[in-house]
Write a protein that binds this ligand. Structure first.
Ligand code: HEM
Length: 402
């Protein structure tokens, strides 16, 4: 087979039905035959080897904002990227990235560290709502509400606004969908407009009457001299919803699938619940919610012996790296007691996921409590359909029977 016959373009994106049903064979083929691949359709460089992905995401001299890269790259053509626009740290470069991420991380980490009791209370409350059901959907009934209610608690959203907040949180996710339909675009605009107004009002209120929440932390950091505009605070509090909700939903969903398909691993967890931390790391390795993260070559460079040109977009395939057989023994096996090697599910370097500590806490509580509450949980008869959302890995529905 020539290089031209390697998987390419949308064949390695979730809009392709075969790829989204099982992305791993195509990624393994690329990794085995051409781990640094100049993809002629994506007009980007696709990286699949663990060492190359790890070195690239950790390299702080590369750029993150895709609009600084090759305008012909498929992702730039699809998203109509504008290099002057980013206000969310997700796509910012230094010096702005460090200026905004610094205070946000400081406030968020401090708050996340205190969240364990609240995370457990949210999980218990959502589980209570499932009592007596003959079947339920792990995604809609469990994986979606848990992260939204947790982030609402972090932000200090009052109870009477929770229903609105849930709706906006689901709408804002569309910002990650490069192939939005006009209806989804309208949903996104409505959610972003409502959230902007909500945060502007909440920040003004917190300045007058501080509370014990992240919105208060952010306005206090501004008052102490952090160079952040109100719009940057608002957009980046919204980034927590964009970056954190669906990903955590899918951590829970992918974890339930992995355990119910591998009963011996579930038996290990039941015998020793302390394994939950290692189990969540293994889920993040084995079937991570985010498929890839991008970087832009800030100069001509060499990766894995291949020349890469300045402005080339580098698509780091986190899932492929996580199953690199030169790093993980039997990489396609779900094994919660495997020897730990850091996975790439949270990316790395300057942009490493801010929410990782909270996501881990939520994943551990949600999975352990679910399997404890429902000791006979099993998958219902169904065809699992993975979401056609580029860059994400998670099922639309996951029906189980207690
Ligand atoms: C299992 C759940 C999660 C996964 C798999 C995940 C994965 C990722 C990945 C791959 C990145 C890009 C890192 C890079 O480019 O190197 C990222 C960035 C980010 N994540 Fe997460 N994430 C998760 C949960 C969360 C949560 C719970 C939050 C917030 C509450 C969050 C907020 C963010 C933010 C704000 C960024 C942008 C950081 C930056 O660019 O500086 N994530 N995440």
């Amino acid at each position: 087979m020539s290089e031209n016959e390697l998987p390419t373009g949308i064949q390695i994106m979730e809009i392709d039905p075969e790829f989204r049903a099982d992305p791993y064979p195509r990624l393994a083929e690329l990794q085995g035959r051409c781990p640094v691949r100049h993809d002629p359709v994506l007009e980007s460089v696709v990286l699949t080897g663990y060492e190359d992905v790890r070195a690239t995401v950790n390299d702080r001299t590369l750029w993150r904002n895709p609009a600084r890269g090759n305008p012909r790259a498929l992702f730039n053509r699809m998203t109509d990227a504008n290099a002057d626009a980013p206000q969310s740290i997700l796509f910012m470069d230094d010096p702005d990235h460090a200026r905004v991420r610094g205070p946000l991380t400081q406030a968020f980490y401090r708050r996340a560290a205190k969240m364990k009791p609240q995370v457990e209370a949210v999980v218990d409350e959502v589980l209570d709502g499932l009592a007596g059901r003959e079947s339920f959907d792990v995604i809609a009934d469990y994986g979606v509400p848990v992260p939204i209610l947790v982030i609402a608690a972090v932000l200090g959203i009052p109870k009477e606004r929770l229903r609105d907040f849930r709706e906006w949180s689901e709408g804002i996710i569309q910002s990650l969908n490069a192939l939005r339909t006009p209806e989804q675009e309208a949903e996104l605009v409505a959610a972003a407009t409502a959230l902007d107004a909500f945060f502007a009002e909440a920040m003004a209120e917190r300045r007058k009457a501080p509370r014990d929440d992240l919105i208060t932390d952010m306005v206090q950091l501004q008052a102490e001299g952090a160079a952040l505009t109100d719009l940057e605070v608002s957009v980046n509090l919204q980034s927590l919803l964009v970056g954190g909700n669906l990903t955590t939903t899918d951590l829970i969903g992918n974890g339930v699938i992995a355990f119910l398909r591998n009963p011996a691993e579930l038996a290990k967890l039941r015998a020793d619940p302390k394994l939950i931390a290692a189990a969540v790391e293994e889920i993040l390795r084995y079937d991570p919610p985010i498929s890839m993260t991008g970087r832009v070559a800030s100069r001509d460079l060499e990766i894995g012996g291949e020349a890469v040109g300045e402005k080339d977009i580098l698509l780091n395939q986190l899932r492929a790296a996580n199953r690199d057989p030169s790093v993980y023994e039997n990489p396609d096996r779900f094994d919660i007691t495997r020897k730990h090697v850091p996975h790439m599910a949270f990316g790395g370097g300057a942009h490493i996921c801010i929410g990782a500590p909270l996501a881990r806490m939520e994943g551990q509580a949600a999975l352990l409590k679910l399997f404890t509450r429902f000791p006979d949980l099993k998958l219902a008869e169904q065809d699992l359909a993975y979401r056609p959302l580029p860059g994400f890995r998670g099922v639309e529905h996951l029906l189980v029977e207690p």
